[in-house]
Design a protein around this ligand. Structure first.
Ligand code: AMP
Length: 396
């Protein structure tokens, strides 16, 4: 795998696709700098080699229109502070003005281009736009894992205009390594913990990982489709009736493949979808009408603990309860604590895709697991076994 360490950037201009799609408040302050910090090591490597960095990114969804509020100029000050270099800015992402700004760039300098998605050609994956972009650097570096599942001009198409002069940045390399550790070379036992609201949004992941895991923990709202399919009483719990057969076939396939499936045995049931609802602990298959399961129960957590603590490789995707409400967040917090403990005992743990990352950050587990993915959709598609176009373009 070609990474940035295989290149020396002395006297070279690196065209780096970063993911600076950061949240801004009403006064255009960056409210979460994670993505800028994540791109820093790659930028610093280029500068320390004696090269210069041309950064390109999208911000929000301007849909091919120039939108002042989505200009990347708003993040120049914050990016300069984080990178430690005064970042220059040009209000174009291609064309003569951008090319002139690149030509003026000296060793050790950083230039940020305007929002790529001000041009409709970016999301269309337009090849002539990609070719225009390719004039803005000698070596193409893709460090935007968050958009690696998109075949856009700057994330995928541009790569072919660089011949062998293309590579992954450090962030991309870390993400790819983390996925490999779980999906290909994970030390056994390998455990996947899948939660979240719906079976339908996780089905492709489940099907893909059944070949790779020893244990599958199913939690959260998904549980009730399985329990109902097996003849249990789920009261008013969330359920996808049309996915019941699918649930049964997953369980059958898991059995055939020797995967041990662990589902909740008891739940915290509530008489309303509300933090202040009345609650009771009940068996997962005996939830009374008028009640719905909103979190994992104590026996369930004991069982999950036993499985997680003996695991050597752990993937966590999706909360095991309605973690946004304090009274139903305890199961998800407990799972985080078990993973923390397993990680301290030497397990490799990856958290990725959708709401699990939000839960991990909210409850402070970010630095206690081995790796938290920065790309929601890109991580989900990787776990589904898809080859991401942004990755294929560098490898090809
Ligand atoms: P996902 O984006 O698929 O990971 O789903 C995350 C969402 O699932 C969160 O918003 C949780 O509140 C929700 N969720 C988890 N458990 C339940 C449950 N028992 N009932 C309803 N929603 C749930």
């Amino acid at each position: 795998m070609m990474t940035i360490d295989d290149f020396n950037f002395s006297d070279k201009k690196a065209l780096i696709r970063v993911d600076f799609n950061v949240p801004l408040d009403a006064d255009f302050n960056v409210t979460d700098t994670t993505r800028i910090e994540a791109a820093k090591p790659t930028i610093i490597k280029v500068l320390e080699d004696g090269g210069s960095a041309v950064l390109m990114s999208h911000l929000g969804r301007p849909k091919g229109q120039v939108k002042e509020d989505l200009s990347l100029k708003h993040i120049v000050a914050k990016a300069s502070e984080i990178i430690g270099v005064q970042v220059k800015f040009v209000d174009r992402s291609s064309g003569t003005k951008a090319e002139e700004a690149v030509a003026e760039l000296k060793e050790g300098e950083v230039l940020l281009l305007e929002n790529l998605r001000f041009n409709a050609e970016e999301e269309a994956g337009d090849d002539s736009f990609a070719q225009e972009l390719s004039k803005l650097g000698d070596i193409y570096v893709n460090d935007a894992f968050g958009t690696a599942h998109r075949a856009h001009a700057s994330t995928t198409v541009v790569a072919k205009h660089f011949g062998a002069n293309k590579c992954f940045g450090y962030l991309m390399a870390k993400e790819i390594d983390a996925i490999k550790k779980v999906m290909e070379s994970g030390e056994k036992p390998v455990t996947a913990i899948l939660g979240g609201a719906k079976v339908s949004s996780k089905i492709t992941i489940i099907e893909n990982i059944l070949d790779k895991v020893d244990h599958l923990i199913i939690g959260g709202g998904m549980t009730y489709t399985f329990v109902k399919a097996e003849g249990g009483k789920i009261g008013d719990s969330i359920c996808e009736d049309d996915k019941q057969e699918l649930a049964l076939s997953i369980l059958k396939e898991a059995k055939e493949k020797g995967v041990q499936v662990h589902m909740p045995v008891d739940v915290i049931a509530a008489d309303d979808f509300n933090n202040d609802a009345n609650t009771q602990v009940v068996a997962v298959n005996e939830i009374p009408d008028g009640w719905q399961g909103l979190d994992a129960g104590p026996k369930t957590l004991e069982n999950f603990k036993e499985v997680i603590l003996q695991s050597k490789t752990i993937l966590w995707n999706g909360p095991v309860g309605v973690f946004e409400m304090e009274n139903f967040s305890k199961g998800t917090i407990a799972v985080g604590e078990f993973i923390d403990k397993a990680t301290k005992n030497g397990a490799f743990s990856l958290v990725g895709g959708g709401d699990s990352v939000a839960a991990v950050k909210q409850f402070g587990f970010e630095n206690k697991v081995s790796y938290v993915s920065t790309g929601g959709g890109a991580m989900l598609e990787s776990l589904e076994g898809k080859t991401l176009p942004g990755i294929a373009a560098i490898l090809g």
